[in-house]
Design a protein around this ligand. Sequence first.
Ligand SMILES: Cc1ncc(COP(=O)(O)O)c(C=O)c1O
Length: 393
Amino acid sequence: MRPAWIEIDLTAIADNVHRVLSVLGHQRKLLAVVKDDAYGHGAAVIAQVAHSCGAHMLAVAFVEEAVELQPACPEAEILILTPVPADAIETAVSCGFHVSLADRAGPGLLSAAAVRQGRAAKVHIKVDTGMHRLGVPAAQVGEYCSRLKLLPGLEIRGIFTHFASSSDDPQFTTEQFECFQQACRDADAALGYSIPLKHCANSGATVRYPEMWMDAVRPGALLYGIPRNRGGVYMPTMQQALTVKAKIASLKEVPVGETVGYGRTWRAARDSHIALLPIGYGDGYDRLLSNNADVLLRGRRVPVVGAVAMDSTTIDVTGVGDVRVGEEVVLIGDQGGESVTVAELAERCQTIVHEVAVRLDRRLPRVYTCQPGDERVEGLISAEGSVASSAPA
Ligand SMILES: Cc1ncc(COP(=O)(O)O)c(C=O)c1O
């Protein structure tokens, strides 16, 4: 195996799912967001863990993702969060996916496909409450539902909205929520019944606003444990499931005054020992981390020095002791008592945790791990740490 890889702790994922469910109680459900290959964790296996641990439904962005996921998790209900293009509607209906309705054209096409196939099309109405990206404008939801009611073959299973700033703008989030509640009342009144699954809470809202949990929450990042730990709010602390590791590929002595790497952005202030890690921005370890991150070696932080290259990263191991080629370094994750979180790297790159996770490239092998004896997940993992099912490696 390539000496740079991602380890994904399925026990952590299962624990995170259980933690969320235990706080939600029996009344509310969990829609686990597993789009973009489960934020880089591997959608097939994460979906299986989430589903078997009690997630009510899985959510992906695109119909193609749903089609790929279904064989790994055939029992699970799958929601497609963005509208399905016209040429994929037959597939979406025949596969039994839950489809988002966000525009004027979608309902008629879905209804026609449902009638043709003689089966119901399961739909969720996506409401625009202020993100202004996608969705039926909140003020038009009543009228939209009156039209839906006339179309045969549609089973309205859900209604949802998405928050623009749930982690950092309580006022706008509250305004969006109130707008959504009104849209839900309008929808129910127009349909003459209560839509069963009303959902709006992404991770930010799940953690902060229990009043917004409604019938179901819809987190992604939280389940992977990647937001900055905020235990003690309304959710317990989650555990980051993802670790990125590499083995030292070579060592070099760099005399004082010499520079390292492209652009000569780092100069040795003393005679230095520099180690090369076989992982770079081509693997999703961002160039913005050049001279701007620590990695963990022997349980302590050592700095990234010089520019992160496409296939390699250099670290300063001066003073660590007799460092050897082949030693394991943690770029993201825990080692000894130290830890480098996804959130830390996101801050250093001035981005969000989601981007740090999903940019980890597929050329990094994924190795699945679990706590010994964890019956919830160990059957999913082969002895080598690959997935024991049809999931992509
Ligand atoms: C519609 C929708 N719902 C839920 C989520 C989950 O968001 P988060 O990962 O912040 O919980 C996303 C992610 O972007 C989304 O687009």
